[in-house]
Design a protein around this ligand. Structure first.
Ligand SMILES: NC(=O)c1ccc[n+]([C@@H]2O[C@H](COP(=O)([O-])OP(=O)(O)OC[C@H]3O[C@@H](n4cnc5c(N)ncnc54)[C@H](O)[C@@H]3O)[C@@H](O)[C@H]2O)c1
Length: 272
């Protein structure tokens, strides 16, 4: 008998931010397990290159250009993904990030942060999760089934110094994850689940300027993070896949409205 607990074969999976480091790894890993993936990103060239790679490995992947902050573009991306994949069983809201102008590392003061930069980070992370959840969520409500997985952060559990806009936006995502889980079950279907993954620290483009110097050595912040990560290292993108597959598949059938840290113990450690 085949164990279908962690089976994602033939699932249609739409991944926003799919051309990025973490979600690109997710797209590849899911396709390797037989899922059909739509790589949705405003970096079309990146999405196309990734899909080619997936297809040359025998997987099914389609690139879709989209700015997740424009609802009409998200609608068009949904239609395009649906046409290519046949069904969409899972939405992964991975588009997100931070920018230097919205952080107040010394000598920059919180009081002086430009509103535009704060708005940019809020919109990308928060609105950029809500709008695709509206569009793909409406389709799932119509089918009475589906899975939505958001991407939160360590900055959502307890604020991290400096990253004011990012932390507030990710806290909003964790809150929204719980909210949407309840809304979907109460108003639409008991078979729609909404959860989030909160990655710990993975060295990627969005945080490289905070964690490493130009010569590749660690910044004091990078060192502090590792000192507060009991496992003593950054995560590897592949280490998110087990949790992702669990949340998507039969194995996570009664798991709803939670935010799962994948962080080498960072969230557990008080520093003492
Ligand atoms: N790297 C980490 O340590 C870490 C930790 C916690 C959470 N996260 C979160 O994980 C997710 C992926 O992060 P990553 O590190 O892989 O970043 P990344 O920059 O490699 O990937 C982000 C992707 O989102 C795309 N994108 C940005 N704005 C978009 C928009 N408006 N519309 C469509 N696509 C857009 C980018 O083109 C990029 O491909 C983000 O939500 C991030 O906040 C990352």
């Amino acid at each position: 008998m085949t164990d279908r607990l962690f089976d994602v074969k033939d699932m249609g999976v739409a991944i926003t931010g799919g051309a990025g480091i973490l979600c690109g790894t997710m797209a590849k890993a899911l396709a390797a397990r037989g899922a059909k993936v739509a790589v949705i990103d405003f970096n079309l060239a990146g999405a196309e290159a990734l899909c080619k790679e997936i297809e040359s490995d025998g997987g099914v992947a389609t690139p879709v250009e989209c700015n997740v902050l424009e609802k009409d573009k998200v609608e068009a991306a949904f239609q395009s993904a649906l046409k290519s994949l046949g069904t969409i069983d899972v939405l992964i809201n991975g588009a997100g990030g931070n920018k230097k102008e919205a952080t107040c590392a010394p000598p920059t003061e919180f009081f002086d942060l430009p509103a535009d930069a704060i708005r940019w980070v809020f919109d990308l992370n928060c609105l950029g999760t809500i709008l695709p959840s509206q569009v793909f969520g409406k389709y799932m409500a119509g089918r009475s089934k589906g899975v939505i997985i958001n991407v939160s952060s360590m900055a959502a559990f307890r604020p991290l110094t400096n990253v004011i806009g990012y932390g507030a936006a990710k806290a909003a995502i964790s809150n929204f994850t719980q909210w949407l889980a309840v809304y979907m079950n109460q108003r639409h279907s008991k078979d729609i689940r909404v959860n989030a993954i909160a990655p710990g620290f993975f060295l990627t483009e969005q945080n490289r300027f905070l964690l490493t110097n130009e010569d590749g050595s660690m910044t004091p912040r990078g060192k502090l993070i590792l000192d507060h990560t009991p496992m003593g290292r950054y995560g590897q993108p592949e280490e998110l896949i087990g949790t992702l597959v669990w949340l998507m598949s039969e194995a996570g059938k009664f798991v709803n409205g939670i935010v799962v840290p994948v962080d080498g113990g960072f969230a557990a450690f008080s520093g003492v």
